[in-house]
Design a protein around this ligand. Structure first.
Ligand SMILES: *Cc1c(COP(=O)(O)O)cnc(C)c1O
Length: 370
């Protein structure tokens, strides 16, 4: 056998998310409504598709390792300098780089139990020790995160705002207080995958002087480019510069760079997507109300429904919906696992859910609407 590192040899064979394709192969049928991965079913801007089509013919060339054009455009868009930006293979790829930058074996990090699992996956892969605090009232709890970060002297703290899987959000003042209170040398990974959908007061102003926070953004959600694998981190220039020591310099493919550049330029399209998502959230809430499952408030492109019973019941609802060709997911940890999580879809997707949900709820136990 090769001489695996102790860290890798000791890892369980986990996958943060089982892909819908894997599930389709196991079920023996395709999903008719793909509402489980918070992709933008509304698709990317047609301008992005055109740009990527053109870039495809040039794909024999490596992508620009500096991502110069995209970083310049992002810098202008955010009112920061290109030195404040590093591109990554989505937020998931950036989390892996962040783990390599600050997590040596045994280094403590803090997140919420049941928060975005890819963070934990990357930390464990680097040998870090994940400490968790519970959610409070279905939201991440910055006071508890801070207290735990101090107690364990965390190198890294993770918070998604707005949150996945609950859809909840914290206002900018609470995020600012969290950043101010961090122990010396701790870095906050502020995952803003859903910021395009959030109310303005949930997104703190960008402060590129602070070396205590990295703001993680993606083209996967609002911009509809999940399969292109492109995202970025915003931070203080000296922090961003560290990524150059370990990043995969040709890792951001040129088709994705072209698509992201065109998507960013089409802010009207993004605004229309955000409107469609808001309408879909309202429709999802109405569907839930019809069938006796309550929609929690959401600042994201998904709605989390309280199924009113335990995790076992919600898990059966997810399975029964999959049998009816509707792909959804659910939180992993109690008590949030009493819920299912449904992506904002097109009218046809939502009609499928509306049709499948009563039978799925009935098959999962008893009809909670009764
Ligand atoms: C979807 C999601 C991501 C993944 O983003 P990519 O850029 O596609 O890797 C990261 N964080 C959260 C909280 C998400 O929901």
């Amino acid at each position: 056998m090769p001489r695996w590192t102790d860290i890798v040899a000791g890892l369980p064979a986990t996958v943060p998310f089982v892909g819908p394709e894997t599930q389709e192969r196991a079920l023996g049928h395709a999903f008719a409504a793909r509402l489980g991965a918070n992709e933008s079913v509304f698709g990317p801007s047609p301008n992005a598709v055109t740009a990527m089509t053109e870039a495809a013919a040039e794909v024999w060339k490596y992508g620009d390792p500096e991502g110069f054009e995209l970083k310049t455009a992002l810098a202008r868009h955010h009112g920061v300098a290109p030195e404040n930006i590093v591109l990554g293979e989505g937020i998931d790829g950036l989390l892996g780089l962040i783990a390599r930058l600050v997590v040596a074996p045994g280094v403590p990090v803090v997140t919420s139990a049941g928060a975005y699992p890819t963070f934990n996956y990357q930390i464990s892969g680097a040998g870090g020790i994940v400490h968790t605090v519970p959610y409070r009232d279905d939201a991440e709890d910055p006071d508890a995160l801070l207290a735990k970060a101090k107690a364990v002297d965390a190198a890294l703290v993770y918070l998604a705002n707005p949150d996945n899987p609950m859809g909840s959000w914290l206002d900018a003042a609470r995020i600012a207080a969290l950043i101010d209170g961090l122990p010396d040398g701790a870095l906050l990974c502020l995952d803003e995958a859903y910021c395009d959908f959030a109310p303005a007061d949930a997104v703190p102003p960008l402060d590129m002087r602070s070396e205590r926070v990295l703001r993680l953004r993606t083209f996967s959600k609002g911009y509809g480019l999940a399969g292109a694998r492109i995202g970025y981190a915003l931070g203080a220039a000296p922090v961003i510069a560290m990524f150059d020591r370990i990043r995969n310099h040709f890792g951001i493919n040129r088709v994705a760079q072209a698509g992201a550049l065109a998507a960013l330029a089409d802010q009207d399209y993004l605004a229309r997507t955000v409107d469609k998502v808001a309408a879909a959230r309202r429709e999802l809430a109405a569907i839930g109300a019809r069938h006796g499952v309550r929609a929690l408030p959401s600042a994201t492109n998904f709605v989390t429904f309280d199924c009113g019973r335990d995790g076992g019941f919600a898990r059966r609802v997810v399975v029964e919906l999959a049998r009816r060709r509707v792909f959804v997911r659910m939180p992993f940890v109690a008590p949030e696992d009493r819920c299912i999580r449904v992506t904002a879809g097109r009218p046809g997707d939502l009609a499928r859910l509306d049709a499948a949900l009563p039978a799925a709820l009935a098959a999962a136990g008893e009809n909670v609407a009764g």
